[in-house]
Design a protein around this ligand. Structure first.
Ligand SMILES: [Mg+2]
Length: 336
């Protein structure tokens, strides 16, 4: 059965049934009416973000299953809420698909999306469906609210602040590189890197803990690559950074792929986008307490990878002690 056979009304009914069976706090009025009605969020205001994933640009059906594509699209939107120190509440999905798309594909996309959303208490509260000439599109709007007194922005880092990152780096690009260059090597040994590329985890619990229990001064999620995203923090905060390459928490899977393909794992760690780890600054004297609190809460660990500087350049210090300017190497939209 294809979407053409099913028709839009039946499709929406199908989505509605799936959403009713999924987790997450439901809106007051959800899918099926002209607009959703959601409970008012805190007087601190509402966080709203939009994130789109287009087949051929952001995902390939020969690299990821439809279920993984749905999961990852939701992860991208939820990660932007996490990066503001937010609690996510609802998702809205604009789904574009060619009429010949099989209904099972749409079901699987939704399963992945609803699985991840439900794990974070987030419901799919509405959306739109459109016929797309050739490619599948998932455009997601996420809404939430600041977990703490205020949202954590990219501006606010001060010279002397510690620079930290959650989790590990490099595996998403390592997994993608493996799929592109050496699919025959995509064997169990590299499963962790592939999983990281296909089903990343948004760090919502980590962002909320930071925002409620500590004083992070600036925060962003690693979606374009560490080198690029440090640059975003530097620009918005009007500071520079020194990044200590020897301290980067390079993913074991990224190291394994780098060794197999003869690549530098540090380059994977610097350029890998779609990591969805949180990159943030905090007062130096809070950094150790943050690391302990994240470990106690069974969150992703945080690693100190550098510091903010008054001099407005972003520099990387190599394990040899040599310093060089760190240029954006990650994903930039509208550039070849
Ligand atoms: Mg972001």
């Amino acid at each position: 059965v294809t979407l053409e056979d099913l028709g839009e009304r039946a499709l929406i009914e199908r989505v509605r049934r799936r959403v009713a069976a999924a987790g997450g706090a439901p809106p007051v009025i959800g899918i099926g009416d002209d607009a959703a009605l959601v409970a008012p969020v805190s007087p601190r205001g509402m966080l709203v973000t939009v994130d789109a994933a287009l087949e051929g640009i952001h995902f390939r059906q020969d690299f990821s299953t439809p279920r993984e594509v749905g999961w990852k699209a939701a992860a991208g939107a939820l990660s932007d809420i996490a990066a503001m120190g937010g609690v996510a509440r609802h998702l809205f999905l604009t789904l574009g698909a060619p009429p010949r798309t099989r209904v099972e594909t749409i079901d699987a996309l939704l399963d992945g999306l609803l699985d991840l959303a439900g794990r974070h208490g987030v419901s799919l509260a509405g959306g739109d469906t459109i016929a797309s000439p050739e490619r599948i599109l998932l455009a997601l709007t996420a809404v939430g609210e600041p977990a703490g007194e205020r949202a954590i922005t990219r501006a606010g880092a001060r010279p002397g602040d510690a620079l930290l990152v959650t989790g590990t780096l490099g595996a998403s690009l390592a997994g993608l590189t493996l799929l592109r260059e050496a699919p025959a090597l995509a064997i169990p040994k590299f499963a962790a890197a592939l999983a990281r590329h296909r089903t990343p985890e948004p760090r919502l619990a980590e962002g909320a803990l930071l925002a409620t229990a500590f004083h992070p001064t600036a925060m962003i999620d690693v979606s374009d690559g560490l080198a690029t995203d440090v640059g975003h923090l530097a620009a918005e905060s009007a500071v520079g950074f020194r990044v200590d390459l020897a301290s980067l928490p390079i993913d074991d899977g990224a190291r394994a792929v780098a060794a197999a393909l003869g690549r530098d794992p540090i380059e994977f760690a610097l350029a890998s986008g779609e990591e969805y780890e949180l990159l943030f600054t905090a007062p130096r004297d809070e950094a150790d307490a943050i690391r302990e609190a994240l470990a106690r809460a069974a969150c992703a660990p945080a690693t100190i990878i550098g510091e903010a500087t008054a001099e407005r350049a972003v520099r990387a210090r190599a394990p040899s002690g040599r310093e060089r300017e760190l240029h954006p190497t990650g994903f930039e939209h509208f550039r070849g």
